[in-house]
Write a protein of this length. Sequence first.
Length: 453
Amino acid sequence: MARTAEARAVGTAGAGTGAAGAGAAAGATSTAPAGTVGIAGAATGEAGATGTAASGTAGIADAAGATSTAASGTAGTAGAAAGEAGAGDGATAEVPAAGTSGGHAAGAAGVAAAPAIPRLNVVGPDILGPNGDAVLLRGVNWGWWGEAIEEDASIIRHELGANVVRTAVRWYYWGSRDNPDHRNNARDSDSPGHINPEHLAILDSNVQWLSEQGLWIILFASSDQGRGENEANFANTPALRQEFIEMWQFWAERYRDVPYLGAFEVLAEPRFAEFGRDVSKSQLRDLYQEIIDGIMSVTGDSIPFVIGAMDFYRAANLTSEYHLPGYEIIYAANHYHAREYTQGTAPYGYPSAELDSEDIAEYLQQPLAFRDQFQVPVWADQFGASRDAIEYLAYTSDIIAFFESESLHWTYWNWRQRTGGRGAYEPRDPDSDEYVRNVPLFDLLDAALPGEE
């Protein structure tokens, strides 16, 4: 789907007018301290909340006495330059509807166009940055819920030199069939957006930290029950599917104007086949499309999406049935080959007769063929091996070298991880809350990344 030109502001001008930050419900504003990205706090989205957006917030206008006038279809925000170009106190800034190419030129009336929000754009097999140049996404996963801290974003951007983070929310997530109260389950059907307010506050912080560092954010929804483990899942239970779509619409409204929101990954690693659910590849594609259409009713075509094959985004399963033409889609494929090796249980090492660089390359031939056939971008969303795997650093280095040789986008799994031995940061001991850096792995990733761009 071709991207329409747009010029939306990110926040509000003046106290109590419009909607502050990303995703506040109609009539709601939120106090945002200087230097934030303007995401409203955990209570945002509840109609009737009031407050102000302070100067210094990312993209938020706060000209003295300015008010916000937004045309139908906008995010309810005013241009950042309001009250500066030829206008005095009390000036009004106007914003065109999202999806238009205009804005009003600054002049005697003090009306100024809103600055463009940094966004990615999918064009053929390429992902383009805000300046229209091709971007190769390279980074890490924040895959373990609630473990990231603010300084991580700065380390990833400035010390490691990555440009993207894939960050999770787990919703309708039990961890096992018998634990609907799993601590990582963000689902709360009675709360705004069907998300637990405490989980929403963590997500707000994660998004804010990443955006402030200029890191592209790929927000993914993980749902073990919804993606097939439970008999009542998103494919066969319309009411549950609608609640999931409404959750996504809430996120889309909340974060639609956050800088560096890169893509929405609508349902990570579906597993319908693994659990014997009667869901075909084409039916999964249609489910993806229904969720995407629901999100686009909020965002238009301003933010790309990520989808992949069942089960587990296995590379060999990414076949033509999953191609969804007419949308800006990035196609995901895991690289955990060979699985017993990556889990650290194989008796052999790397390289060996059982596993070498040719095996690494062979494993990804199907996603590469898919990319060439349909002219779409492909992304290795997860890869890595336990440090218990023999010569895991050599294995990881060769995988990244292959990604680079094929211009594949990639995110290493995982940044902070309590178990499994794959984290760039891991607990000092099993009972500790103190994380320590895996220096050899960190240095390998650092050497592989090009540095700040």
